[in-house]
Design a protein around this ligand. Structure first.
Ligand code: ADP
Length: 478
């Protein structure tokens, strides 16, 4: 799980906030309910105390204290109702003290005397030694004819505590449920909200320079994601335009340069052969000619690349035998190898049919063989192999025993103008375009090219092309 993803963070925030709100509301509800229940209980105790004062104690001088005590016992039956009732004379001596309630939940004898208070009516929460608590309302009653009494009526908080305990339990059990619902709900909501992001990212992954005309999906939801994909699409359009412009520029420039370079080359060739010129002038014209030839080759390769980039029509595609093409090309380049005493061997099965532009695929073989010979020291060996793989691919391998390519350069050899060592290939045409042409031609044929190399031991370039479907194809001679 990616804890830094927007999905995770949104769900975490959502679940966290919902849980915090639940805990806060639960806490407030718990405290408010406790206050309400305690106040309610105290209020009913106070009513009893007032009633005892107004109905019994007011006439105590006439009826006598014993009558009051027996009436309280009779009318309020504190033991049965689980109440605590105490009537205390002004001097602190008790007139009446109720007995322990029938459930023996507390002992009235344990309840300490009320602290002196100037108020006529007051309340308190009295903790008892056995851990129970009583909510006691006190009322100071004045008797007709003099004398005052303190009436205390209390009730245990047990019922309230039990109820609050149940509520707490309910909140505690509800919390994981709330969290689960929050996470599941958040997951569904976030997944739905971010689904377009996955679609946009998926599409953006596959847009390359070759399909810049494609666009990202736009969900017409009117939200930020719609705006984002529309903005990204505008950006891709601008990139596409810039890319097309630069491609057109390279195509136009290389095309425009071809004619003057041909003229230049012709003129320099004439100068080199002009007997009227002094030998050193002819030598200088000769080295100029070499540079112009190098330039022409670069321009030709750039032009070829720009045509490949533009996606040539497949009109020139034919089915032919790749093995036969490889062998005949190797034969044509034998002189080059002989100059360096390099042995070129070929290995091919009966027939490896491929479909494509024969001239272009020949260029692939030429460039690979040319490099193999160029980067193999005198007396080395180049091996060419054509085969089929898995019945679906035609494979062309060009292996040499040359200088090899350093591991850090291998990923870049197919890039345009990349040369492993700038000084290594200062030969005509060595501008780092040969392998990019190979790659472009392979891609145009739905194939690919790869390289394995060990410095000082040699390199092996492998081209994979789709096998031609039609087995009875026409094999064109070179
Ligand atoms: P260049 O025209 O300069 O040879 P390429 O695109 O054909 O350009 O090759 C790019 C670079 O890859 C070359 O500069 C060279 O260093 C390296 N390279 C290509 N083929 C081989 C090979 N067979 N052996 C060693 N190095 C090679």
């Amino acid at each position: 799980m990616n804890t830094r993803s927007i999905r995770f963070r949104l769900i975490a925030w959502y679940a966290g906030l919902l849980t915090a709100v639940f805990v806060l509301l639960g806490g407030v509800m718990f405290l408010r309910l406790r206050d309400y229940l305690e106040n309610n209980l105290l209020e009913s105790q106070a009513r009893w105390a007032r009633k005892i004062a107004e109905t019994l104690l007011v006439n105590v001088k006439q009826t006598g204290e014993a009558f009051v005590a027996s009436e309280v016992e009779k009318l309020y039956a504190p033991e049965l109702s689980g109440r605590f009732i105490r009537i205390t004379r002004k001097d602190g001596s008790p007139l009446y003290l109720s007995g322990p309630p029938s459930d023996q939940s507390f002992d009235p004898a344990d309840v300490p005397a009320a602290a002196a208070s100037p108020q006529r009516e007051f309340t308190r929460k009295q903790l008892l030694p056995d851990g129970h608590a009583l909510l006691i309302a006190a009322f100071r009653a004045a008797a007709n004819g003099g004398g005052s009494y303190l009436i205390e009526v209390g009730a245990p908080t047990l019922a309230i505590e039990t109820m609050l305990h149940h509520l707490l339990l309910l909140l505690g059990l509800g919390l994981p449920v709330v969290m689960l619902v929050a996470v599941a709900g958040g997951y569904v909501l976030v997944k739905r909200a971010l689904a377009p992001v996955d679609q946009i990212a998926g599409k953006a992954e596959v847009i390359t320079q070759h399909n810049l005309s494609e666009r990202l999906p736009v969900a017409r939801t009117g939200d930020e994601l719609e705006r984002l994909s529309v903005s990204l699409n505008h950006m891709i359009t601008r990139l596409d335009d810039a890319f097309q412009n630069s491609k057109r520029f390279v195509a136009d420039a290389s095309h425009e340069l071809r004619t003057p370079l041909t003229v230049l080359r012709g003129e320099l060739e004439n100068l080199v052969q002009d007997a009227r010129l002094a030998p050193d002038q002819r030598d200088r014209a000769g080295s100029l000619l070499e540079e112009v030839e190098r330039l022409s080759k670069i321009v030709e390769r750039l032009f070829a690349l720009s045509r490949l980039d533009a996606g040539e029509a497949q009109a020139e595609w034919v089915a032919f035998d790749l093995g036969e093409l490889a062998v005949s090309t190797a034969d044509q380049m034998a002189l080059l190898a002989e100059d360096k005493k390099i042995s070129v061997t070929c290995d091919r099965p009966a027939r490896v049919p491929v479909q494509g532009d024969r001239a272009r695929l020949k260029q692939v073989v030429v460039n690979l063989l040319d490099n193999a010979i160029k980067y193999t020291p005198d007396g080395g060996a180049v091996h060419l192999k054509v085969a089929t793989s898995n019945g679906a691919h035609a494979v062309l391998e060009v292996a040499d025993t040359g200088v090899g390519i350093p591991a850090e350069a291998v990923p870049h050899v197919f890039e345009r103008f990349f040369r492993v060592d700038q000084t290594r290939s200062r030969e005509p045409g060595g501008a780092g375009l040969g392998l990019s042409i190979v790659k472009s031609i392979c891609s145009a044929h739905g194939g690919e090219v790869d390289v394995e190399s060990v410095v000082g031991r040699g390199s092996r370039f492998t081209v994979q092309l789709p096998l031609a479907k039609d087995k009875n194809h026409q094999v064109n001679p070179t």
